[in-house]
Structure formats: structure tokens, C-alpha cells
Design a protein around this ligand. Structure first.
Ligand code: F6R
Length: 369
């Protein structure tokens, strides 16, 4: 059933263009308006929401971080993001106008289920973003937005993650449509850009030979750092988590802006650092600031492995290795920039002879609190 692949994870990484495309399928009507059928929530109630709280764990929580950027930008609703296991225990301020969105691949994560139950007790409306039909979390939620990544077998999440991010963009656009915060033409424009993403992901996969080579060179590395800013920050966190889980290498992700507030002390000659560079198309100063971060760590001897868009030449002087990704609108970039980091972790773990699909100490769904 691995279809010619050595591992399920390698197969699932390659299925990502389809996971994104399938999650986007049949989401609009003849007029081009978004229709999220499974939502089952009254549109007037959704339009009236005054706060969104996203609860999730692990990789799904990084999809939640991306969601905060997108929903706040498009729908102009404040978004809080929280680990499911922290949510319940801090007496959260939740009411009838709060929309609590859970994100869970399995739909069985106990921490997230308990957070959803708690939110309902407090009177919130709950929506589940979930990859598993008929699982517990969507059954216990008011509405559901299914991701269509197909069954994910490898313990480490890959294709479910890109499908979650895709679904959350749909949710953000839908809320913007209901609230009138984006013009219909702008929503159509973003949707068109989203539909272009699967081909871009395919391009990254087709060009992944370079990152595989870097992974094999680095098989003895003991520590790797990941930097990102804006939506690149959750991507950096995900890159670090994948490496910990699969290759048992100490890895940390940082917001690039935090570097000078402490983590830069970790930089010594030879320290590998992945940097997720934001699109130069976005906020100029964000791009320039990340370039200056690369410069700073390079000056201290870091091995800089830079993920940057095609045509972004500003990175060239300070990058030891450059991994190119196709140009993508800044908010949608995580769908392409995360892919080389997944490939890196998978390849490095394979090079170390580890069990990529079943890393030690981990279970596919965590059904205890
Ligand atoms: C990481 C990973 C875990 C899960 C987390 C949440 O590769 O797989 O961090 O993302 O346990 O699981 P779900 O999404 O099923 O709630």
C-alpha cells in the first residue's frame, strides 16, 4: 500500500498537491460565492461572531497560527490561538458570540475534544476542521469543515497539515464574505491563487533533490535552528517539530525578530540554521528584516540554509544553501515553504536509519489527556 515508496511519510509528502486541491474542491456556487456546506451554522450567527478562538495541538496548532494571520487580515475578527490542553484550565472568556475552531487531523485527540466540550458548555459556537469523517470531534461540534487529505498513516503529520491550512483559508474567506470585509472580486482572486498552489507544491517536490542532498550531508548534526517571521514563523516551528519527531535531533524554531532578544547567543560557527524568507512581494520591511537576520547569523559563522522565492536575489550573498520555492502570495506561502522542511526531516531520518513512519514514543492519535 506504500505504492512504491519506502515509507508512508514519503508517499504522503508527495500526495500534498492533491491534498490541497481536494480540500479546495466544490467550495463555491455558480456566482463564485463560497459555500461551505458542512458548516451547518446559521450565516447570521457566524457574521455576528466577535472573537475566534482556535484550539489544537502539535502540528495542527501551527495551522492554527497561520489561521490567525489569515482570518484577522481578511475577516477583521480578533483571533486567539491556544493549545487545547491549556485552554480549559485558564477560565477562558468565552461567550455566545465566540467561535471556537478546533483543528485536528484525527478528530480523536483527547485534549482537543475536551477543549471543544468546554467551549460548548460556555455557550460558544464550535467548528471542527478535521480530516477524519465521523470522528468524535466533528460529531460533537456544531459545524465541520473537512480537510480532504485522505487517510494519513505516518505518525508525523504532513499532507493533513497543508490541507488544514487550506481549509482555514477557506474559513477566513467565508467569514470575510459573510461580514463584507473583502469584496467579492478579492475573494475570487485569493481563491484563484489557492487553486494555483497545488502546481507550485508539485514544483517544490520535483526540485527536492537539493534539500535531500543537504539532509544527507547533515546526518550527523546534533542541533538545527529554524527562523521565520509572519506566517513563516509557524513554518519554522513545524520544521523544528518534524526534525525532533523523526530524526531525534534537537531543533528549535524561533520568530526571526526574537533572535536578538536571546537565541542569537546559540549561534556559533557551523550551527545549521534554516531561514524561511518571506516573500519580497509582501511587506517590504519584513523581507528586509529577515535578510538582515540572515546576515547577522552568517557573520557569526552559522551555516545558513535559506528557503526563498525564485527571483529573490537579496538572499544570495548570505546563504550557504538556497532552496527555491515558486512565488506565492505572502499569506499563502506556508503551503509551499513547509514542503522542503518536511522532505528534509524525512530524508535525514532515513539517512540515520530510523523508522520514519513510526518514530519512537509517539502515537498517531493521542487519545489520553
Ligand atoms: C506531528 C503530529 C502531532 C499532531 C498532534 C495533533 O507530526 O502528528 O503533533 O499534529 O498530536 O493531532 P490531531 O491533529 O490528530 O489532533
Amino acid at each position: 500500500e506504500k505504492g512504491g515508496y519506502d515509507t508512508f511519510m514519503a508517499k504522503e509528502i508527495d500526495e500534498q498537491p492533491k491534498a490541497v486541491a481536494d480540500t479546495l474542491l466544490a467550495r463555491s456556487d455558480e456566482q463564485g460565492r463560497l459555500v461551505l456546506d458542512e458548516m451547518r451554522i446559521d450565516e447570521a450567527a457566524l457574521a455576528d461572531v466577535d472573537k475566534v478562538v482556535i484550539v489544537s495541538c502539535g502540528t495542527s496548532s501551527y495551522a492554527g497560527m497561520v489561521a490567525k494571520y489569515a482570518i484577522e487580515r481578511w475577516a477583521r475578527i480578533p483571533v486567539e490561538i491556544e493549545y487545547s490542553h491549556e485552554f480549559r484550565y485558564r477560565d477562558p472568556v468565552i461567550g455566545a458570540r465566540t467561535l471556537v475552531v478546533s483543528i485536528s487531523q484525527s478528530g480523536e485527540t483527547m485534549d482537543t475534544l475536551m477543549a471543544v466540550r468546554h467551549a460548548r458548555e460556555l455557550g460558544a459556537t464550535t467548528v471542527a476542521v478535521c480530516n477524519t469523517h465521523g470522528s468524535t470531534i466533528p460529531r460533537e461540534s456544531d459545524g465541520v469543515l473537512y480537510t480532504h487529505a485522505g487517510p494519513e498513516v505516518a505518525v508525523a503529520s504532513t499532507k493533513a497539515f497543508v490541507a488544514q491550512i487550506t481549509a482555514i483559508y477557506l474559513l477566513g474567506l467565508y467569514l470575510a464574505q459573510l461580514r463584507g470585509t473583502l469584496a467579492a472580486a478579492d475573494i475570487k482572486g485569493v481563491l484563484a491563487e489557492l487553486h494555483a498552489v497545488p502546481d507550485k507544491v508539485q514544483k517544490v517536490l520535483d526540485g527536492s533533490g537539493h534539500v535531500r542532498q543537504i539532509a544527507r550531508w547533515m546526518a550527523d548534526t546534533r542541533s538545527v535552528l529554524f527562523l521565520g517571521r509572519h506566517v513563516g514563523f509557524p513554518v519554522a516551528l513545524e520544521g523544528a517539530l518534524k526534525l525532533k519527531e523523526l530524526a531525534y535531533i534537537h531543533a528549535e524554531g524561533f520568530a526571526a525578530g526574537e533572535l536578538k532578544h536571546g537565541p542569537i547567543a546559540l549561534i556559533e560557527p557551523g550551527q545549521p540554521v534554516f531561514v524561511v524568507v518571506p516573500s519580497p512581494e509582501g511587506d517590504d520591511s519584513v523581507h528586509a528584516k529577515v535578510i538582515s537576520n540572515i546576515q547577522e547569523i552568517r557573520a557569526r559563522g552559522a551555516r545558513t540554509i535559506v528557503i526563498a522565492e525564485e527571483g529573490d536575489d537579496a538572499v544570495v550573498p548570505y546563504a550557504e544553501e538556497i532552496i527555491r520555492v515558486p512565488q506565492t502570495p505572502p499569506l499563502l506561502a506556508p503551503l509551499v515553504t513547509v514542503v522542503p522542511l518536511q522532505v528534509f526531516a524525512c530524508e535525514l531520518a532515513g539517512a540515520k536509519g530510523l523508522d520514519v513512519d513510526q518514530p519512537r514514543n509517539l502515537a498517531k492519535s493521542v487519545t489520553v489527556e
